[in-house]
Design a protein around this ligand. Structure first.
Ligand code: ADP
Ligand code: ADP
Length: 226
């Protein structure tokens, strides 16, 4: 089952010094429940690709389908996690995680229950009533992950979510993410510039080349040991 289908996708930004080709005729299919990592040098178009799939950025040409439907804008079926947590500073941890559920129109008691379940999954149940500024970097990133997962999107789009963390916290969150992915069966699309992280997490690693925003190679890394 193909969950996300990108065909002939191009993106050209109008820069001050002329056009910038960020993506040039990119094709990519992501299967249901697959974990795909994208690696490549800075500026190769990784974020642009993810943002277009998220519906946060407009494409120049080509087609981008989720469940065979053209992606027109941000959708409930797709949750996003960025490197900078983007939590609401004036809301408690619990309210931050509940936010997406509120948008979906889920009633207060169910949404509280669901949010707490995900806070427990990332080990922050005891911090439900804390504010983001009271938490460490790793804890804030866990809240951002809980928030994205709590809304139960089919597809999780993650743009270097662990990039700002120290090595130990990153290793811990990688493990937590894999646990959630295995237990909840999500389709994951994950950007990193760390090849080791990509190989650890993904079933397939997509390598993008510096210019002009193309996919160079797609590698199967989920090869069982003989
Ligand atoms: P990556 O995520 O791989 O670092 P990006 O997708 O952020 O790459 O950027 C791809 C290219 O598009 C880069 O050359 C970048 O400078 C350019 N770019 C990204 N966003 C904009 C923008 N809003 N306006 C102009 N150029 C942009
Ligand atoms: P950072 O990326 O800032 O290093 P960590 O997630 O490693 O973030 O957390 C830093 C500190 O926050 C830890 O040393 C620990 O004391 C505290 N902390 C993190 N998670 C929890 C938790 N679930 N319960 C209690 N304390 C925690």
């Amino acid at each position: 089952d193909i969950k996300i289908k990108v065909k002939g996708l191009s993106k050209v930004y109008q820069g001050r010094n002329g056009d910038v080709v960020a993506l040039n005729n990119v094709d990519l299919e992501i299967k249901q429940n697959e974990f795909v990592c994208i690696v490549g040098p800075s500026g190769c178009g990784k974020s642009t690709l993810l943002n277009i799939v998220a519906g946060l950025e407009k494409k120049t040409s080509g087609s981008v389908l989720a469940d065979d439907k053209e992606i027109e804008g941000p959708g409930e079926g797709r949750g996003v996690v960025f490197q900078q947590y983007a939590l609401f500073p004036w809301k408690t941890v619990l309210k931050n995680v509940e936010f997406g559920l509120k948008l979906k129109g889920i009633d207060p008691s169910s949404r509280r229950k669901q949010a707490m379940e995900y806070l427990e999954l990332v080990g922050l149940k005891d911090f439900a009533n804390s504010y983001p500024k009271e938490l460490s970097g790793g804890m804030k990133q866990r809240v951002a992950i809980a928030r994205a997962f709590a809304a139960e999107p089919d597809v999780l789009l993650m743009d270097e979510p662990f990039g700002a963390l120290d090595a130990q916290t990153r290793a811990q969150l990688q493990e937590e993410l894999l646990n959630i992915w295995e237990n909840k069966k999500k389709t994951c699309f994950f950007i990193t510039h760390d090849v080791e992280e990509a190989v650890l997490l993904a079933q397939r690693v997509v390598i993008m080349s510096a210019r002009p925003g193309r996919i160079k190679e797609i590698i199967d890394v989920d090869i069982p040991y003989p």
